[in-house]
Ligand binder design. Structure first.
Ligand code: 13P
Length: 236
């Protein structure tokens, strides 16, 4: 079973999000894929109440909790509304809102305490990739986000090279495979009930077959291509 996560970011309006959710809801159920829709947080509940069988992910939460926090999306809102997954540490949240690995660590813990499965994003900027320091960079991110003393329930870890997001560029398959092997190895130092490693960054209909053919890959996190109905219909 491979995770296919549709990260619709803030590309769509409510009608377009509804339309795609409807398409997801009509796909025949399959053991091959676990499809997860991640609409703009504002639409999650409307979509969930209209197409309750789909699986939804929030695009972020924050750490302030209920109370005097204007603009906050509290973990309780996910729990009470049965939104089972939450994307954390996405590069756009990191760059637009200054999210750090430490914040991602706290949010990951908060999700797990509340039985929400975190989809934790990591990935190196172009400069690091070019200087061949990707592994060093990713190891540092992992060390900051996860604690060796914790016993983690199921976690989804998405490797999204920043230079690949929204650019049409992807690493070579052999490079993704090499990173998967590396990540699996360093994650052995931590205790996870289950860890799923995904790839994200310019996944589309022309490269998805090759990417999903990687044995050690547990799925993909897809941005702009996932806003097209033709992409979603691929997962029958
Ligand atoms: P693109 O698929 O648009 O490159 O975005 C990837 C991504 O950021 C998924 O979270």
């Amino acid at each position: 079973m491979k995770y296919i996560i549709f990260n619709w970011k803030s590309y769509l309006n409510i009608a377009e999000s509804m339309n795609l959710s409807k398409i997801v809801s009509k796909l025949p159920s399959t053991k091959k894929y676990k499809l997860i829709c991640s609409p703009n947080n504002f639409y999650n509940l409307s979509l969930k109440s209209r197409y309750p069988k789909n699986i939804y992910a929030a695009q972020n939460i924050d750490l302030h909790g209920k109370g005097a926090s204007t603009g906050s999306i509290d973990i309780e809102d996910l729990v009470n509304n049965k939104i089972k997954y939450c994307i954390l540490g996405h590069s756009e949240v990191r760059s637009n809102f200054g999210e750090t690995d430490l914040t991602v660590q706290k949010k990951t813990d908060l999700c797990l305490i509340n039985k929400i499965k975190p989809i934790v994003c990591i990935g190196e900027p172009l400069k690091i990739y070019k200087s061949k320091k990707t592994k060093f960079f990713l190891k540092k991110q992992i060390n900051k986000i996860f604690k060796k003393s914790n016993n983690y329930e199921e976690v989804v870890l998405a490797y999204e090279p920043l230079w690949s997001i929204g650019t049409g560029l992807t690493p070579k398959l052999s490079e993704i495979d090499d990173i998967l092997g590396f990540l699996s190895k360093i994650l052995e130092n931590y205790s996870f009930k289950k860890i799923n490693i995904l790839y994200g960054g310019s996944v589309n209909l022309s490269n998805i077959k090759d990417i999903l053919s990687l044995q050690n890959l547990n799925g993909v996190l897809v941005g702009s291509a996932s806003t097209k109905s033709s992409f979603i219909k691929h997962f029958k």
